[in-house]
Ligand binder design. Structure first.
Ligand code: ZN
Length: 157
């Protein structure tokens, strides 16, 4: 990766870390998940609020709220996640989530889809550092978990 690009990406991550978007736990919500990354000490509690949860993949993500502590990568990633997922359908969000996971598994060789991933492309460089990948993925795993809980609760009620 070009040094200029790397510097720009670091700037984006730092900016989300210092000025996180949509931070704080909000009501109402359908499900919550708490995930920890013990190797780094990161923690995230994340809540999802869905509209039309019985519509499956077409359910709309009305809100994703969270509280996070830990390193700058894990916290910036949660902020970027909320920007990307709020307002989308669950099906669309899964596509974004899969693209981000693929980027994290690219070992620094990925060519991210900027239209789809927006600020999340800034984590491209993180994929070179296996120890940090879990930091970047923490909130995405919590989102997946909370979303499947929201669907499970709907089908059991
Ligand atoms: Zn971390």
């Amino acid at each position: 990766m070009q040094p200029q690009l790397e510097a720009m990406y670091q700037e984006i991550i730092l900016d989300h870390y210092k000025n996180p978007h949509h931070k704080g736990l909000r009501d109402p919500y359908d499900a919550e998940a708490h995930h920890v990354n013990p190797t780094c000490g990161d923690e995230v509690t994340l809540r999802v609020r869905l509209a039309g949860v019985d519509a499956g993949d077409d359910a709309k993500i009305e809100d994703v709220s969270y509280d996070a502590m830990g390193c700058s990568i894990s916290q910036a990633s949660a902020s970027v996640l909320t920007d990307l997922l709020i307002g989308r359908t669950v099906g669309e969000a899964q596509r974004v989530s899969e693209a981000f996971l693929a980027l994290m598994q690219s070992k620094g060789e990925g060519e991210p889809d900027e239209d789809l991933l927006e600020d999340a492309v800034a984590f491209a460089g993180v994929s070179k550092y296996p120890a940090r990948i879990k930091c970047a993925l923490l909130s995405w795993m919590a989102w997946k978990d909370a979303t499947s809980r929201a669907f499970a609760e709907e089908s059991s009620s």
